[in-house]
Design a protein around this ligand. Sequence first.
Ligand SMILES: [Zn+2]
Length: 307
Amino acid sequence: MFNFLLGVKKLDQGVLRITGAFVFRHLFVGEKQSVLMDTGYGIADLPKLVETYIDSPLTVINSHYHPDHSGGNLRFKDVHIHPADMPFTGELSIEHLVHTIGMAVMDRSDTRRFVAKTAGKLFRRTHRARTNYTPMPDGTEFDLGDRKLVVRWLPGHTEGSCVLLDPDRHTIYTGDACNTGFWMWTNPKMTLAEYADNLDAFYNDIKDQGYEKLYNCHTPMANKVSFITDFAAFARSIRKGDRAVRIHLPGFPDDPLCIRGRMSLKHMGPMLCFYFESQAAGDAPARAALPGKKLLQLLPPRKEKAE
Ligand SMILES: [Zn+2]
């Protein structure tokens, strides 16, 4: 049911991109096991669709725990995720809610309000589901039989954001960890300079390993690998007070959400960065600005299952 909302496109040998609701999930079909990276908003019967393409046991992973990538987790029994993005711990759920609320306030058109409301509802449903979460630390490997996928931790978009390396096919699947536009924004616990340092450290680590292209979860075209370091330079160059779009979100009266963009001829497209003003160069993150408790009340802690 509802699977007309999802489309499937072959991206590479054994790699399918599942489209729908402005976010991509990637399915790596293997002989020994198959891996699904991200579950979308959860609007359609993704397990049923995936089953029609695979003959091996399925492992589901989240590139990070944002509702457009993890909303469909509730349809799966077990999901692998980096420990820093593990649901129900720390302050993480603040980000998810801000994401949803941000969508609602940024554009007041009926369609967007509907999307934001539905996303919020789906996210709360996912949060309450009984999915089991398995920690997926940096360096985790998945042996698919005919290919190996390696998880690399690349914090910035969220604290637990990960990318997947496909070394034999020289391809990196970045989720939102490195993207042409940050949807919605970078991790408010980190300055843009710290985020850029992470990107550069990752780039320096993999640049001589023969990787040729990146696929992210929101843009159809592949990017060159040098996009990582070029985006880092862009993020690092943003200064507080730079002219940019500024939006005051509810609960963030002193720390407006900013959007800054740059056209890159080299990468034939825009670079967009969403950030709280306090994350720009020279400023420490304004922790006090986070409306933690108030928002967390919207997501009551999940009750542990009775043994
Ligand atoms: Zn995201």
